[in-house]
Design a protein around this ligand. Structure first.
Ligand code: TEU
Ligand code: CA
Length: 580
C-alpha cells in the first residue's frame, strides 16, 4: 500500500535557528552556528533538517513575518553562508527543508508597502482590504484580525499579528510571485518545504460573522477555505512536482475526516502533514492559557485514530513538541523524578509510531520547560498579547504566570544547551532569551559522555529504526490495556514483528502477558541495564520494544525460508542495542 519513499524513511530534526548556536557572540543563533553543528546532527543519525524561517524579517514573530522571501535574515548571516551550509549538509547526507510562510507576509515586505499606497497599485490585491471592518474575527496575536491602515485608508486582514498581513491567494499574480520565490530555493538544491498554516490560505470572502465572543479564534472556519485544494494542486503542479523534494504541511484545523484531501497520493497536493489534536489536548475552555489536566486515554485514542488514516494511504508526521509548544518531557512526561526515563519513553513513541518523525532541537537531550520569575522575562509576542489582554480585563496575573510556565512557546525557544559553560555554550555574548538554568546538568556535552543518556538512547533507536523498515512501512495494531496510562501497540510486516509497551505513569505496572507472550523478546528498554529492570514489571515511565523471536532470527539470518520453526533454547537478552 505504501510505496518506498525517502521522506517516509527519513527522520526530521527541527532547528529553531535563533536558539540553536550563535557563532559570532551577538547572542543570536545563526547559519554559521548550524554549520558548526552539522557533524553533531549527522552523528545523532537524523536525515532532514527543517529550519524555522531564515528569511529577511523584522522579527515581530521571530521570522514568521517575512519581509523578503529570497534574502537571508541579516542576523542569521549571508547567502554565501546559506550556500555553504546547504553544500556541507548535503555532503553529510543531510537534507534541508525551509519554512514557507505564505499565508501572510511581514507588513515590511515590499508587496505590502506598495499595496497600502493606493487602491490601484498593482500590489493592492496581494492583500485583503475592506472599507469597513467586515466581522468580529479575533487574531492569534492581537484582539482583532482587522487593522485600520491610515495610508491605505482601509482595514486589512491579519489572522496573526498586525505586522503579519494575510496574503490574498485569490490574486493570480500573488500565487505566481510565491511560486517564483519557491523555485528560487529549489533551484539552489533545497530539499523541500514545511508550510506554515497552509490550510489558512483560502478565505471565506463573504467574511462570515461567526457566533461567539468578539475577538475569538475561529481556527475551524479559517482552515480549509473554499479554494484551498485548488491552490494546493496548482502549487504542486507548477512547482513541487518538478523537483525531487518533499512537503510537510502544518495541519492546523485538519482532522482525520479531511486529512486525505491533503496528503493522499492520489490528490497530488502535499506529501505529509502534522495535525494538532494532541498538541492542543490540554487547552481548556479559555484556550491555551487556561489549561486542563492531560487526558491520557484521549492521547492514546488520537494516535489510534490518525494511524487508521495512514492505513488508508495518507501519510503524516509524528511530533510531540516544536517551537510552538512546551517541551514534551515537561508536558507529557515527568520532568522531575523521571526526566530521563520519560524522555526515553517518548523517544520510543516518536520513532516507532507510523509516520515521519520530527525531533525538535534539544529533545534529544531531554530539555525541559523553563519558568522565568516574571511575565516580563518572556519574549514571545503571543504572551505579550495575553498579558495586555489580561491587564485590560483586570484578570489574575499570578494565575497567568503559572499558565505561562506551563504553556509558553518560549519553553521550547530557550537556547540549545551544548555545554556546562556560561550560557550553555550557546553564545559567548548575552543570549536573546535567557538559558534554562538546568543547563549545567542537561547539556549535549554531558549527554555524550554518558552511555546511558537520553542522547545515546535516541542515537541507538535512530540506528535501529534505520535497520528495521517495519517501523516505517509495517502495519499497526493497537491493544486495549484497560489502563489509560499503559499504551501498547504492535508494528509488523513480513520482515519484522514488534510490540511496544509504554508506561506513562509514576507507578510500577505489570507487563500484560496476554499482549506480550513468551514468543516476544525484550530488545529495548529505556531502563537498560538498571537493576530494577525485570521481565514482569514495567518501571515508572519505562518504555520497551519487544521483537517476535521468529522475526528476530530471520532478521539476523536474513532469510525467512531457511529458518526452522523451533524456538531457540536460550537467547541472550539484549536490553539495549550494542554500540559499534
Ligand atoms: O503556527 C501556527 C499557529 O496557529 C500557532 O499560532 C499556534 O497555534 C500557536 O503557536 C499555539 O499557541 C505557525 C508557526 O509555527 C508559529 O510559530 C507562527 O507564530 C504562526 O504560524 C504564524 O506564522
Ligand atoms: Ca549570531
Amino acid at each position: 500500500m505504501h510505496n518506498p519513499t525517502w521522506w517516509k524513511e527519513a527522520v526530521i530534526y527541527q532547528i529553531y535557528p535563533r536558539s540553536f548556536k550563535d557563532s559570532n557572540g551577538d547572542g543570536i543563533g545563526d547559519l554559521r552556528g548550524i554549520i558548526e553543528k552539522l557533524d553533531y546532527l549527522a552523528d545523532l543519525g537524523v536525515d532532514i533538517l527543517w529550519l524555522s524561517p531564515i528569511f529577511q524579517s523584522p522579527n515581530d514573530d521571530n521570522g514568521y513575518d517575512v519581509s523578503d522571501y529570497t534574502a537571508i535574515m541579516s542576523e542569521f548571516g549571508t547567502m554565501a553562508d546559506f550556500d555553504e551550509m546547504l553544500e556541507k549538509a548535503h555532503a553529510r547526507g543531510l537534507k534541508i527543508l525551509l519554512d514557507l510562510v505564505v499565508n501572510h507576509s511581514s507588513d515590511e515586505h515590499r508587496w505590502f508597502r506598495e499595496a497600502r499606497k493606493s487602491p490601484d497599485n498593482p500590489y493592492r490585491d496581494f492583500y485583503f482590504w475592506e472599507k469597513e471592518k467586515p466581522n468580529n474575527w479575533g487574531s492569534f496575536f492581537s484582539p482583532s484580525a482587522w487593522e485600520y491602515d491610515e495610508q491605505a485608508q482601509a482595514y486589512y486582514l491579519h489572522l496573526f499579528s498586525k505586522k503579519q498581513p494575510d496574503l490574498n491567494w485569490e490574486t493570480p499574480a500573488l500565487r505566481e510571485a510565491v511560486y517564483n520565490d519557491m523555485r528560487f530555493w529549489l533551484d539552489k538544491g533545497v530539499d523541500g518545504f514545511r508550510m506554515d498554516v497552509i490550510p489558512f490560505i483560502s478565505k471565506h470572502l463573504d467574511w462570515p460573522e461567526p457566533a461567539g465572543k468578539e475577538g475569538q479564534l475561529h481556527v475551524k472556519m479559517w482552515s480549509r477555505g473554499p479554494r484551498l485544494h485548488e491552490f494546493l494542486r496548482e502549487m504542486n503542479e507548477e512547482v513541487l512536482s518538478k523537483y525531487d523534494i518533499t512537503s510537510v504541511g502544518e495541519g492546523i484545523g485538519v482532522s482525520t475526516e479531511n486529512v486525505a484531501d491533503f496528503v493522499h497520493p492520489d490528490r497530488k497536493e502535499l506529501d505529509m502533514l502534522y495535525h494538532f489534536d494532541h498538541a492542543i489536548i490540554d487547552h481548556g475552555p479559555g484556550g491555551k492559557y487556561d489549561p486542563v489536566e492531560l487526558d491520557y486515554a484521549r492521547f492514546q485514542q488520537i494516535f489510534k485514530d490518525w494511524d487508521a488514516k495512514v492505513e488508508e494511504g495518507s501519510w503524516i508526521n509524528i511530533f510531540l513538541d516544536n517551537h510552538d509548544f512546551p517541551r514534551l518531557v515537561s508536558r507529557f512526561g515527568n520532568d522531575k523524578e523521571y526526566r530521563e526515563e520519560s524522555a526515553g519513553l517518548f523517544a520510543i513513541l516518536l520513532l516507532t509510531m507510523r509516520g515521519t518523525p520530527c525531533i525538535y532541537q534539544g529533545t534529544e537531550i531531554g530539555m525541559t520547560n523553563v519558568a522565568y520569575p516574571t511575565l516580563e522575562d518572556y519574549d514571545d509576542l503571543e504572551i505579550k498579547n495575553v498579558v495586555a489582554q489580561t491587564k485590560k480585563n483586570g484578570g489574575d496575573l499570578d494565575k497567568l504566570l503559572q499558565a505561562v510556565h506551563r504553556q509558553a512557546r518560549d519553553n521550547a525557544r530557550t537556547p540549545m544547551q551544548w555545554t556546562n559553560e556560561e550560557n550553555a555554550g550557546f553564545t559567548t555574548g548575552e543570549p536573546w532569551l535567557k538559558v534554562n538554568e538546568n543547563y549545567r546538568k542537561i547539556n549535549v556535552d554531558a549527554a555524550r559522555k554518558d552511555a546511558d543518556s537520553v542522547w545515546y538512547f535516541y542515537k541507538n533507536l535512530l540506528e535501529y529504526r534505520k535497520e528495521n523498515k517495519t517501523f516505517v512501512y509495517g502495519k499497526t495494531e493497537f491493544f486495549d490495556t484497560g489502563n489509560s496510562r499503559l499504551f501498547a501497540y504492535r508494528r509488523y510486516d513480513i520482515e519484522g514483528d514488534f510490540i511496544i509497551l509504554l508506561n506513562m505513569s509514576d507507578e510500577v505496572l505489570d507487563v500484560p502477558t496476554e499482549i506480550v507472550n513468551e514468543d516476544y523478546e525484550r530488545i529495548f528498554s529505556n531502563y537498560r541495564y538498571r537493576p530494577e529492570l525485570t521481565d514482569e514489571k514495567l518501571q515508572p515511565w519505562e518504555g520497551r520494544i519487544y521483537s517476535h523471536y521468529m522475526a528476530e532470527i530471520m532478521s539476523i539470518i536474513g532469510n525467512r525460508q531457511s529458518v526452522e520453526k523451533k524456538k531457540p533454547k536460550k537467547k541472550k537478552k539484549r536490553n539495549y542495542r550494542r554500540r559499534k
